[in-house]
Design a protein around this ligand. Structure first.
Ligand code: FAD
Length: 580
């Protein structure tokens, strides 16, 4: 295996919105590399549709305190309120900055940035749904990604495209560098660096029906977890209410923001019963549970009574074409339905990881529940947990999170690099990874131990036992299944033995991270004997603030996780009953 060595002051792993925003901040001050397993503009940020929230007050009265109130209430009071204040306050400048860099936002007639409604966002702390989401039709993430990438290109940022980081070297608690695999050649690259930001995105591929891209396998969290760094709040995984039936492809909440209505098989607008004040625009955890309940009570549509309808027919052809062009095209292409005339079959789809690598508000990675900082290592975006989303993220707060905390990661890298001296990494740093890869290539292929089969069993069982509703019983069952899958994974084999673009080889390593993410999710969910936000235990249906107003920290231990806890940082909003 050819080994190539590079030396940089700072490395960013990931070229989605979080990684690129960090790069823009760091690049002028250091020798910087961005390493990305996908070509940058293929990152999942580009798939984001609906919007990015900021209290610009372009349509109606608004202020960032109301945004913070909604975010904390939406999080079911698990978010750290000082971090939420930063998110909502810095949102306004973040949107203006993107506008100045050329992002083509949709506009109001008066020329200001247009804003639309989104679930859980309200004016005056719950009075009525707020127009707070800034958008570019239903291609907001695409525009953010293109804008940030163009800015990076104009600044001359160095990219290593289609290089997959598979290891980090930490010695005496200090970061020495990262090791990557070059997809085009099969070569191993050692990156000597003292500052690393992980911005590797989410891990929706632990479930079968998901809105997430195939690449979202939890690499950053997995790499650190395997080095003893904990994962925070892993039991909180968000299901988006409106995935296209069976396929999971997302139909943005913007559809309901523009007036779309959910109906059961009888045509009833059932959200009136579950959230009388804001109905279809309740937060996602509540709407997903409402759909699952309708289905389990026999109100689902179709031959198997297992979906509900998203009805856009009353919006009119003009609104649909102007404001929801892409998602309605998905419906025409994949379901062969004309959404202007017919309601669309939908079901909840695995969408967003609230949990991830624990960080402080400076995007510095924390190595324990006491808040110990791991020098030189940062995380931002969906891979990280800061925590601004707590137990349930509000729509449009992630595109915001990636730019606000991506920028902070970049700033922290600059601080660290200017205060420390260049390091050196040994030539043997890649030995472990080379050995792992060689083992995979040498082992004879069998179907039983193929990557595709183990992954399929993982996704199907997580879907069955750890999805929207959970119980002690389903989670214990899944713990046993995960143990069996882990045993099978120890013997995983690949069919493709080539050096060039061997995607099966990297998928085998990604499967290790998917198993890690699932183990941490299930262990954290089993230990949380309450229901809060997206974590819904049928055997413990109530929120328990006395015992569980705290973040969980899962530390890898054999095939499961050891759990520790950290108190939630409260602020001006006292936990109250979450009614909408
Ligand atoms: C369909 C869809 C629609 C959405 N719509 C919205 C919306 O309207 N509003 C909103 O706020 N949020 C939305 N979200 C959520 C939001 O888009 C994501 O949470 C956010 O974009 C994540 O950005 P990121 O930078 O953290 O990661 P990503 O954009 O996922 O980027 C991850 C990057 O990491 C790289 N990477 C991963 N592993 C490795 C590795 N091992 N080595 C090297 N590189 C690696 C990848 O190449 C990629 O560049 C949506 C999500 C989906 C799936």
């Amino acid at each position: 295996m050819k080994i190539v060595k590079h030396s940089f002051d700072g490395v960013i792993v990931g070229a989605g919105g979080a990684g690129l925003r960090a790069a823009i901040e760091a690049a002028p001050h250091m020798k910087l590399a961005v390493i990305t397993k996908l070509y940058p503009t293929r990152s999942h940020t580009g798939a984001a549709q609906g919007g990015m929230s900021a209290a610009l007050a372009n349509v109606e009265e608004d202020n960032w305190n109301w945004h913070a109130f909604d975010t904390v209430k939406g999080s079911d009071y698990l978010a750290d309120q000082p971090a939420v204040d930063i998110l909502c306050k810095e949102a306004i400048d973040a949107v203006i900055e993107l506008e100045h860099w050329g992002l083509p936002f949709s506009r109001l007639d008066n020329g200001k940035i247009a804003q639309r409604r989104f679930g859980g966002h309200t004016v005056k702390e719950g009075e009525s749904p707020a127009f707070r989401a800034c958008y570019a039709a239903d291609r907001t993430g695409h525009m953010i990604l293109q804008t940030l990438y163009q800015k990076c290109v104009s600044m001359g940022v160095t990219f290593f495209d289609e290089f997959q980081v598979l290891d980090i070297k930490i010695e005496d608690g200090i970061c020495q560098g990262v090791i990557a695999y070059e997809l085009a050649t099969g070569d191993i690259h050692i990156f000597e660096t003292r500052a690393v930001t992980f911005a590797t995105g989410g891990f929706g591929k632990i479930f079968k029906v998901s809105s997430n891209a195939h690449s979202l396998t939890g690499d950053g969290p997995g790499i650190l977890y395997q080095k003893g760094i904990p994962l925070e709040d892993m039991e909180f995984y968000q299901f988006h209410p409106t995935g296209i039936y069976r396929l999971g492809i997302l139909l943005s909440e913007a559809a309901r923001g523009e007036g779309g209505i959910l109906r059961n098989k009888d045509g009833e607008r059932f959200m009136e019963r579950y959230a009388p004040s804001i109905k279809d625009l309740a937060p996602r955890d509540m709407v997903s549970r409402a759909i699952a309940t309708e289905i389990s009570e026999g109100n689902g549509a179709g031959p198997d009574s297992d979906y509900v309808y998203l009805d856009l027919t009353h919006l009119g052809a003009e609104t649909i074409k102007k404001k929801l062009p892409d998602i309605t095209d998905f419906v025409r292409t994949y379901v062969k339905i004309e959404p202007i005339e017919e309601p669309i079959p939908v079901q909840p789809t695995a969408h967003y990881a609230m949990g991830g690598i624990p960080t402080d508000v400076y995007s510095r990675v924390l190595s324990d529940e006491k808040g110990t900082v791991l020098p030189g290592v940062y995380a931002a975006g969906e891979a990280a947990c800061v925590s601004v989303h707590g137990a349930n993220r509000l729509g449009t707060n992630s595109l915001l999170d990636i730019v606000v905390f991506g920028k902070r990661a970049g700033q922290s890298m600059v601080d660290y690099v200017t205060q420390t001296k260049p390091n050196s990494i040994s030539d043997s740093a890649s030995d472990d990874l080379s050995k792992k890869i060689q083992n995979l290539i040498d082992k004879e292929h069998t179907d039983e131990f193929s990557v595709a089969n183990i992954r399929k069993d993982l996704q199907e069982s997580m879907e069955e036992n750890a999805k929207i509703f959970r119980t002690k019983e389903t989670l214990e069952k899944q713990t046993e299944i995960l143990e069996e899958l882990r045993d099978r994974y120890e013997n995983v084999t690949i069919f493709d033995k080539s050096k060039v673009h061997n995607s099966e080889l990297v998928e085998a390593i990604e499967l290790d991270y998917l198993l890690d993410m699932s183990e941490a999710t299930v262990a954290s969910a089993l230990a949380r004997n309450e229901s809060r936000g997206a974590h819904s235990r049928q055997d413990f249906p109530d929120r328990d603030d006395t015992n569980f107003m705290k973040h969980s920290f899962a530390f890898k231990k054999d095939n499961t996780a050891n759990l520790k806890y950290k108190d939630v940082e409260l602020g001006k909003y006292e936990p109250m009953e979450r009614k909408y």
